[in-house]
Design a protein around this ligand. Structure first.
Ligand code: NAD
Length: 290
């Protein structure tokens, strides 16, 4: 099966390499010559443009920074160049409204399309252990599933067009708020004279337990290995968490949803990023609370 792959950055590079390693014929394109060379070394065939990658492909995947890039590539390159029976898959994290609009425009041209954002970072993209949350019609989901399974450990149909993006931003809003709550609980426990490891031993088997604590503890040396143990590097950058929280706030405004905890988390991450910490892992927010 031939796959066009557009966007070979931190995430897309590993994903395209996994498709090639599993026997897909991958025509890859990125604006960056270095990213393209890495994909070629990983077994992909370099394409001269996004349209070139899409031409003749059974499915085309985009993994781009933001909605403007995805909309530009879909409208200017994929819609004109993709084969009439092609399936379009966007794995980038973008706003729900744009995902729905692109799904509708693709359907209007007779193309199948899904939004399929991912959970899991650069390491999961390289290891092929991403989780895909997929929005789109049943038939498009059924076609996308075996392709996504070659890059991930879980592929879940969230609902119709845009539902994958909706699941992604709600999940990450919960994560952003729960990381701050976890960090402030550790900070208060310490001010009250509790040893962080002792507090972890108790809270991790009590009702305060959550993923931010037991899989990604923001306190160095406590819990399983996490970015905190590596100076808050090599995880999910604060800038990316802020991007997702902004998408969640945009969606909340559009739907009239009340999200006071998500809104506060967005403010705190914005201030943390503005202070020069955008590249640090998002769990480093604990530094502002201790
Ligand atoms: P990145 O910046 O490393 O990669 C994006 C790539 O797209 C770059 O190589 C860039 O050159 C290329 N690009 C931009 N415009 C292009 C165009 N018009 N045509 C072709 N190539 C173009 O970003 P990333 O970290 O790989 O993230 C990609 C997406 O995945 C984002 O939407 C991000 O929010 C999402 N995401 C990232 C992570 C993470 O941990 N990095 C985790 C989950 C989701």
């Amino acid at each position: 099966m031939r796959i066009g792959f557009v966007g070979l950055g931190n995430m897309g590079g590993g994903m395209a390499a996994n498709l090639a390693a599993r026997g897909f014929d991958v025509a890859a394109f990125d604006l960056s010559a270095e990213a393209l060379a890495r994909a070629e070394a990983a077994g992909c065939t370099p394409a001269a443009s996004a349209a070139d990658a899409a031409r003749g492909a059974d499915a085309v995947i985009t993994m781009l920074p933001a909605a403007s890039h995805v909309a530009g590539v879909w409208r200017e390159a994929l819609f004109p160049a993709a084969a009439p029976a092609a399936l379009l898959i966007d794995c980038s994290t973008i706003d729900v409204a744009t995902a729905r609009a692109l799904g509708a425009e693709a359907a209007g041209r007779g193309l199948a399309a899904v939004d399929a954002p991912v959970s899991g970072g650069i390491a999961a993209a390289a290891a092929g252990t991403l989780t895909f949350m997929v929005g789109g019609p049943d038939e498009a989901f059924a076609r996308a599933r075996p392709i996504l399974e070659a890059m991930g450990k879980a592929v879940i149909h969230a609902g119709g067009p845009g539902a994958g993006q909706a699941a992604k931003i709600c999940n990450n809003m919960l994560l952003g708020a729960s990381m701050i709550a976890t960090a402030e609980a550790f900070a208060l426990a310490q001010k009250l004279g509790l040893d962080p490891q002792r507090f972890y031993d108790i809270a991790s088997v009590s009702s305060g337990q959550c993923w931010a604590m037991t899989s990604y503890c923001p306190v160095p040396g406590v819990g399983p290995e996490s970015p905190a143990d590596r100076g808050y590097t090599g995880g999910f950058a604060t800038a990316l968490m802020l991007k997702d929280l902004k998408l969640a706030m945009e969606a909340a405004r559009a739907t009239g949803a009340d999200v006071p905890m998500g809104a506060r988390a967005a403010e705190l991450y914005a201030a943390f990023a503005e202070a020069g910490n955008g590249a640090l892992d998002f769990s480093a927010i604990i530094r502002t609370l201790r």
